[in-house]
Design a protein around this ligand. Structure first.
Ligand SMILES: [Zn+2]
Length: 419
């Protein structure tokens, strides 16, 4: 079979165009979900898909599907990722998979090679949790694995509730299911993504064949003490919420380090956001709110550590005379990629003589939602210095082209194969 070749210049040009939307300080990119910039990036994608002659469909949430008909109707092979970003993030986390999938499908269409099944290049809305603390929003809706109750604690820094934003798009409890994609219409899902870690670069490998995705347990811990005068309140009479939070933060670091050394399933834990009230120099903090993120590819290890952290939070509260509230933001299971899709990507790398690494993903991706409804796999390309969620995030253009070229073949093989 003739293998269609991607148009490298067009791929890099379109990626560059996307990275200019939401461009900020030091080359950073900020496209928070449902912001004007994120919306504009999705509009650009719709334009590019139309230009390529794909059949474009946008659902109520803003998920975009650009379809190339197959020789036969039937379930489609999907490939994609997301265009939203973290605050002051980089150029490639997400867009490589979206524009890469678009280029792959475009190249296949132009070549005229026969494709037995339909192909779709996809953009999922709101993969990052930076705005609402809720990740993989669009793909969760497409997979149908989410209810309105799951959005209960999803609120942005301006006090906007995700539920209200969705209802402004016409999405309610009653019609949430209408966004769900019938699994019968999907044959497989592939996602090209930057590694966002240092493994491929340090091992001098070009491609990562992903075996499983570590899923986060996320929860909010709120310590409530007493906001008093910082000068007149004796140390032994204080109920300092931030000191309680500080003890818990130190514990989270310690307990995750311990489990990194002793357990098979490496656990990582982070407190990435702390809000203090009243937040002035001359008042004892009366309220401290922290967001905790715990991940592992082993569900048992993750559960155990999250449980220990919650237990310790209650103990600290008791010992320091403050109150504590624990609220789950999201609790997800680690997700294995499909053995058939792993084997397909693996074989492709071997046949093409591409140095590859079989590896887990420490970061979450839309692929973990899609894996619930269809055979799913991921192709990683190297991140320079392992940096991501940062303006210095970089991947060599040649690596982006190589990953996209492999995606062309992976799509064709998935369309032909019994998976
Ligand atoms: Zn991503």
């Amino acid at each position: 079979m003739e293998i269609p070749e991607i148009n490298k210049d067009r791929l890099l040009r379109d990626l560059n165009a996307v990275s200019r939307i939401g461009l900020g300080e030091g080359g950073s990119v900020t496209r928070l979900v449902f912001s004007v910039h994120e919306l504009r990036s999705r509009q650009l994608l719709v334009h590019l898909m139309n230009q390529a002659g794909l059949d474009v469909r946008v659902d109520a949430a803003g998920n975009i599907f650009g379809r190339l008909a197959g020789a036969r109707e039937g379930p489609a092979v999907l490939a994609g990722s997301h265009l939203d970003s973290v605050v002051q993030g980089g150029r490639y986390d997400g867009p490589v998979g979206v524009i890469g999938a678009l280029e792959a499908v475009r190249a296949i269409k132009e070549s005229g090679v026969p494709v037995p099944a339909p192909l779709e290049s996809v953009c999922f809305v709101g993969e990052e949790s930076s705005r609402f603390g809720f990740s993989t929003l669009g793909s969760s809706l497409v997979a149908g694995d989410v209810t309105m109750d799951d959005f209960a604690n999803a609120v942005d820094a301006g006090g906007n509730r995700l539920e209200d934003v969705l209802s402004s798009l016409g999405i309610y409890r009653e019609n949430l299911d209408s966004l769900k994609r019938d699994p019968e219409t999907v044959k497989a899902y592939l996602e090209l993504h930057i590694e966002q870690g240092p493994v491929l670069e340090s091992k001098k490998k070009k491609i990562g064949v992903v075996t499983a995705i570590a899923a986060p347990s996320r929860f909010r811990v709120v310590f409530r003490g007493q906001a008093d005068h910082s000068g007149t309140t004796p140390m032994e009479m204080r109920k300092d919420a931030l000191v309680a939070a500080g003890h818990l933060i130190t514990y989270i670091d310690e307990v995750c380090r311990e489990h990194a050394a002793t357990e098979k399933g490496r656990v990582v834990g982070t407190v990435g956001a702390v809000k203090v009230e009243p937040g002035v120099i001359n008042a004892i903090p009366g309220r401290a709110e922290m967001q905790v993120d715990v991940r592992s590819i082993t569900s048992g290890s993750k559960r155990k550590v999250a449980g220990l952290i919650k237990k310790r939070a209650r103990r600290i509260a008791r010992e320091r005379g403050v109150k504590v509230d624990l609220m789950t933001i999201r609790d997800e299971e680690p997700v294995a990629m499909h053995p058939g899709v792993i084997a397909l990507i693996h074989a492709l790398c071997e046949e093409r003589g591409v140095p590859f690494e079989v590896m887990p993903s420490g970061a979450g991706h839309d692929a973990m939602q899609m894996a619930k409804i269809t055979p799913t796999g991921m192709i990683f390309i190297p991140s320079v210095n392992g940096v991501s969620h940062n303006p210095t995030e970089w991947t060599d253009p040649e690596d982006i082209c190589l990953g996209t070229q492999l995606l062309v073949e992976a799509l064709l093989r998935a369309a032909h194969a019994e998976i």
